[in-house]
Design a protein around this ligand. Structure first.
Ligand code: ZN
Length: 347
């Protein structure tokens, strides 16, 4: 079994919506819990804190399965609501970290991540998908960093104080709005100083280039695919991939059918071959040491072949069948995340 460290899940949203849900028990719904993670070789991942948009139709504001549909981006989220939601989600991670059986660790350093993987304890990184919980003075960023925040996407697919995210239109290039605001530029600088990884997966193309120019860290898109194969604005053009490669960054393959299928269909029968084609393209453009996984579990529509965390080895087997050797699979599975986190966080 190839250990998989995953660049993106929305599992905290399931727990925010159902506080009684037990992460350590097996469930039939959703995609990630500890039992299914162990079955599929999922050793940890980035746990996203994402505040639902209040003005989306009910079908979109609930569980993630409908977030892959094309829809105009919601308006800005009320910062007080985002702050309350972020506090709740971080408290959840801290509670799992205190699990008496020691089955989960909130990791803050690359060494802690390596140790968790070695010890067979599930490792979680606290990630903000959109920085709405942080105010213009950035004071909350320091507080959240002290609480364990180590990764942040300035925007989700909507505007906020810091920048603009791409709406889910299809087909389209990612140049769908302005770049970073002055507050966004200050946020990038402060994340660099604190050693918080910046995630470019939802940002407009202009925002991407603003961060590329400003940031001193490798460029990272935790859960995005190849635009050359699936022309969704959530995917990266070859020009963007070249910039990620030049910065020694990483791109995590998103399993959402709508970001994989060349026609943008949310069809769960999508064959694993299409995922392999995206990995091939990313490896071709980035090199095998800069391609990783970023499933979008619990936030998107999965292909039947990797319908939840327990099925992850199906993807590794599909990659092995097309010629990826063990070293490459271990790099894509988890090693490349470790490499970039060491560069970004320090040892
Ligand atoms: Zn996302």
């Amino acid at each position: 079994m190839i250990p998989v460290f995953d660049g993106h899940n929305d599992t905290l949203l399931l727990h925010a919506q159902d506080p009684d849900r037990d992460f350590f028990a097996r469930h039939d719904d959703g995609h990630v819990d500890l039992v299914r993670a162990r079955e599929g070789g999922l050793v940890g991942g980035f746990f996203a804190v994402w505040t639902p948009s209040p003005d989306l139709p009910p079908a979109y504001a609930g569980l993630g399965d409908d977030r892959g549909l094309p829809f105009p981006p919601g308006g800005a989220v009320d910062p007080a609501r985002a702050r309350a939601h972020a506090d709740r989600c971080l408290a959840q991670l801290l509670a799992w970290h205190e699990d008496p059986a020691g089955r989960f660790r909130l990791v803050r350093t690359a060494l802690e991540l390596e140790e968790a993987i070695r010890d067979g304890v599930m490792a979680g990184i606290a990630h903000f998908e959109g920085a709405e919980a942080i105010g213009p003075d950035l004071a909350a960023l320091d507080v959240y960093h002290a609480a364990g925040l180590r990764s942040l996407g300035p925007v989700w697919s909507r505007p906020n104080l810091f920048g603009f995210g791409v709406p889910f239109v299809f087909p389209s290039g990612p140049d769908l709005g302005p770049g970073l605001t002055p507050h966004g530029r200050a946020l990038v600088r402060r994340c660099n100083e604190l050693g918080i990884m910046l995630d470019l997966s939802h940002i407009t193309e202009r925002g991407f280039w603003d961060v590329a120019e400003l940031s001193t860290h490798p460029l990272v898109a935790t859960h995005s695919n190849a635009h050359a194969i699936c022309p969704s604005p959530r995917n990266l053009t070859d020009e963007q991939l070249a910039a990620v490669a030049a910065s020694d960054g990483v791109v995590g393959l998103n399993f959402n059918t709508g970001f994989l299928d060349p026609e943008g269909r949310r069809d769960t029968t999508l064959p694993l071959d299409v995922m392999v084609r995206h990995v091939d393209h990313l490896v071709d453009r980035l090199g095998v040491s800069r391609v990783a996984l970023g499933s979008d579990f619990d936030g998107a529509t999965m292909p039947d072949g990797v319908k939840d965390a327990s099925q992850l080895q199906n993807l590794m087997a599909a990659l092995a069948a097309t010629g990826y050797d063990d070293d490459s699979l271990r790099a894509i599975g988890h090693g490349n995340w470790l490499r970039v986190l060491k560069l970004t966080w320090g040892e």
